[in-house]
Write a new protein. Structure first.
Lengths: 112, 115
């Protein structure tokens, strides 16, 4: 089942620019995770941010979490053509029996 | 680390055929494995959750007699699509997890096409 909404649904930017994707959810969570999916492939885990954390970095990725607004954002800085993919957020919560609840995804296209 | 191998990557077969998809965790023990279905340009739809040594828990609307799941060991789960029909054509993805509150690790998916 899906509880998350992501925006934008699609994003097309020039290489070198920053890309920001947003995710909203509905219930209390233990953590929120971001994944990347290249076309026709499985998903790759990017970052996990716990409910008591507000910001997390990994290389060119920065994730923020605002539990009061039930939202998260993923920022990719200095984008590269290889960042072209779909990005999904997923929430992990005891109420969902620790199954991931997935957002609809954002398709990111980086133009060279 | 945390590699999940899924085979086959692509299957094309005739209607009525049963198809088995394997999901293996190569370098860790997966207490829980998940099977998803993904339609074009959509998010993941959870089909079932399986824990090693116990029966799979199916999501509402997923026919357990149609989609047989076996999680015989801590490193292997299989999904068998029985008597597949064209409407079963889809992208099937497995994932594995060691403990709760940790990320899932995904296989590369199986593209199933039923003629």
């Amino acid at each position: 089942s899906q509880q998350g909404e992501e925006d934008p649904q699609a994003l097309s930017i020039q290489e070198g620019e920053n890309a920001t994707m947003n995710c909203s959810y509905k219930t209390s969570i233990n953590n929120l995770q971001w994944y990347r999916q290249n076309s026709g492939r499985g998903l790759v885990h990017l970052i996990l941010i716990r409910s008591n954390e507000r910001e997390k970095h990994s290389g060119r990725l920065r994730v923020t979490l605002d539990t009061s607004k039930k939202s998260s954002s993923l920022l990719i800085t200095a984008s590269r053509a290889a960042d072209t993919a779909s990005y999904f957020c997923a929430t992990d919560a005891r109420d969902s029996n620790y199954q991931l609840i997935w957002g609809a995804g954002t398709k990111l296209i980086i133009k060279p | 680390g945390a590699v999940v191998s899924q085979h086959p990557s692509r299957v094309i077969c005739k209607s009525g055929t049963s198809v088995k998809i394997e999901c293996r965790s190569l370098d860790f023990q997966a207490t829980t494995m998940f099977w998803y279905r993904q339609f074009p340009k959509q998010s993941l739809m959870l089909m079932a959750t399986s824990n090693e040594g116990s029966k799979a828990t199916y999501e509402q609307g997923v026919e357990k007699d149609k989609f047989l799941i076996n999680h015989a060991s801590l490193t292997l789960s299989t999904l068998t699509v029985t008597s597949a029909h064209p409407e079963d054509s889809s992208f099937y993805i497995c994932s594995a997890r060691t403990v709760i509150n940790q990320p899932q690790h995904f296989g590369d998916g199986t593209r199933l096409s039923i003629l």
